[in-house]
Design a protein around this ligand. Sequence first.
Ligand SMILES: [Zn+2]
Length: 458
Amino acid sequence: MKKKIFICGIHTECCSYSTLIQNKKDFEVLSSKKLLKYINFPYSKHENITFIPNKFYRSLPGGPVDKKFFIKTINNITKGLTKSKPIDGILLIMHGAMYVKGISDPEGFFIKKIRSKVSKDCKISLSYDLHGQMTDTIIKNIDYFAAYKTAPHIDVKQTYYRAMKMLINGILKNKKNHIIWEKIPVLVSGEMSSTIVEPCKKIYENLNIFNKIKGVNDCNLLIGYVWADTKRATASAIVNCADINIGKRICKKIALSYWNNRFKLVYDMQSYKLNRIFHVINKKRFTILADSGDNPTAGGVGSRIDVLEHVFKNKIQNTLFAGIFNEEIYRELKNKKNRIVIKDTFSKKKISISIDKFYLKNDNAIVTSNYNTIIFTKYRKPFHYLSDFKELNINLKKYKILIVKSGYLSPELKKLKADNFMILTDGFVTQDFKRIKNFYREKPIYPFQKKFRYNIAI
Ligand SMILES: [Zn+2]
């Protein structure tokens, strides 16, 4: 008889400082065939396995997830699981940096619940973002673990596949696996730990080398998520292994390789404060600026107007803002106007601009004012792909400066080979860590505390 693997998950990253609460409307739900198609395994039809795609909830990173919605979502998934029993394996697709007020370890809470619904023989494999958080509760309730090894993330589907492959081997071949993990008291932003530059490039390449060692199944390093003030927020090394002693040795090596390089973790882009940046750029060359404090893909709101205000105040021209989330402006522009007042409830800033021309397309209002173009979006939205501009009939060549709400640039924007800088702006996901509140975070942790010893436990 074929073995059954149930597939489900909740995937989001939550900034605990944000006032935007995530709810049903923020999540997209993939289920049945759509979910299988999205995961895109090389074998969606397997001669010995029946896949049961249940529900996969995902959202753009944002603020805390509403507790009632979270509990309801878990109940929806567990109901599906109970109906599908008996189950031989579960693939969980999670991000790992969810924040729910009142629940200190939401992923652990969810996974423990899932585990309680199945038999002891049922194996659970967890796929994670490398900006996720690990806890003892999670480790205790899973059998296999795989996290992305690239940031920006270009190995998402490969990670699902790694998690699934271990699961299938465990179910069909009864392959042994232990998970060893170790906290690393380091917590930096994704921008300081990109895997396309050193030191993380080499550290992550080494994971693949360790994977070849006999007794080791799959090695991982989690950077963690810095914009959540929680006790569990930290980096961690996680090793799947058949041999516990070898696994411990490698886990320690990974943890120390990250710890020993902590002082080298710096932004992979030149970074300046807002009042400096426009003095630094070469005005003759096409330049991309990342408004990093309000990056929606890290949990920022995406509606702040600090940079916009600066540009208009200083009469800077030839810029394209992609984009600014402001549903109100989008609605106002539906009833043609020649002047708009843009209010930002977060920075409390307000500016009034005249409109030279504008058009609406795909839930966006594209406004030209004083030789600058601003894309106001109806929904929170990053502009990471060249097709995002094409779809709105925007030719990037017409501008000297592109301002995106982003941290490190997306691979497609990076390919443009433009001069690029990060602006150290205010916002819920500010890169200025001195401004981040720390009430619950474990101490000591680098870079919040600088001088301390790492007493590695394994
Ligand atoms: Zn991530």
